[in-house]
Design a protein around this ligand. Structure first.
Ligand code: NAG
Length: 211
């Protein structure tokens, strides 16, 4: 009796809520959408295609989104901190990553851990600055994201704010990561497919410095 009554109230509330919406918004989406992920893997996909793949969700999943954002930040900390083992927390074991020119496609997190350090270690330090970002959670276990970044690669060490260097000492890369995500058993999210896609030429004023 009590159960039936509760159901009737719930149905009435749902009905009044639904009728308060216009026809376009009458169906109430579930958290995270659930309409499947935009197809961006294996990619890379064009910027034009990408723009049409997303539309803001009525009820985004803030927990999943923040968890993914933390992992993206951890990636920058791992790269700039030169702690490549941390990348195991970022990529699945079998992750595929197309790092584009000059690295190309890497298969598996071990290949990523082995291949990235030699190039990065030719610089004194790096700073990966993440910017414009769209994280789209498609289901309880799948998501895609796009994250712009600007990476500064320094040829000389920091020697004080009063001693600046000119732009020939910094190689700047402007690109985006197109990432596909899978939720893990422990609730964290890891990248299964990544494309690093350049958005313009790298810049280095004054030519490549000789050592
Ligand atoms: C890797 O990415 C580059 C740059 O975005 C692209 O030109 C190339 O076709 C990709 N390679 C593969 C095998 O997908």
């Amino acid at each position: 009796m009590r159960v039936a009554f509760t159901w009737r109230i719930a149905a009435l509330l749902a009905l009044s809520f639904a009728s308060a919406q216009d026809s376009e918004t009458a169906s109430i989406p579930s958290i995270g959408g659930g309409n499947g992920c935009p197809k961006i893997a294996p990619g890379p996909v064009s910027f034009n295609y990408l723009a049409g793949q997303f539309s803001p969700q009525a009820l985004p999943d803030p927990i999943a989104i923040e968890s993914i954002r933390q992992t993206l930040s951890l990636y920058a900390l791992a790269i700039d901190g030169r702690d490549f083992e941390v990348l195991r927390k970022v990529f699945t074991t079998n992750a595929r990553a197309n790092y584009s020119d000059p690295i190309g496609v890497l298969n598996g997190v071990q290949a990523i851990i082995d291949t990235l350090p030699p190039g990065l270690n030719t610089f004194v330090s790096t700073q990966h600055h993440l910017g414009t970002q769209y994280i789209h959670v498609c289901s309880l276990t799948s998501a895609v994201s796009v994250t712009y970044f600007q990476a500064s690669h320094f040829f000389t060490p920091y020697t004080g704010v009063g001693n600046p260097v000119d732009n020939s000492k910094v190689l700047i890369d402007r690109a985006q990561y197109q990432d596909t995500w899978a939720r893990q058993r422990d609730g964290t999210w890891k990248i299964t497919n990544r494309n690093l896609v350049r958005m313009g030429p790298t810049t280095l004023d004054g030519g490549i410095p000789t050592q």
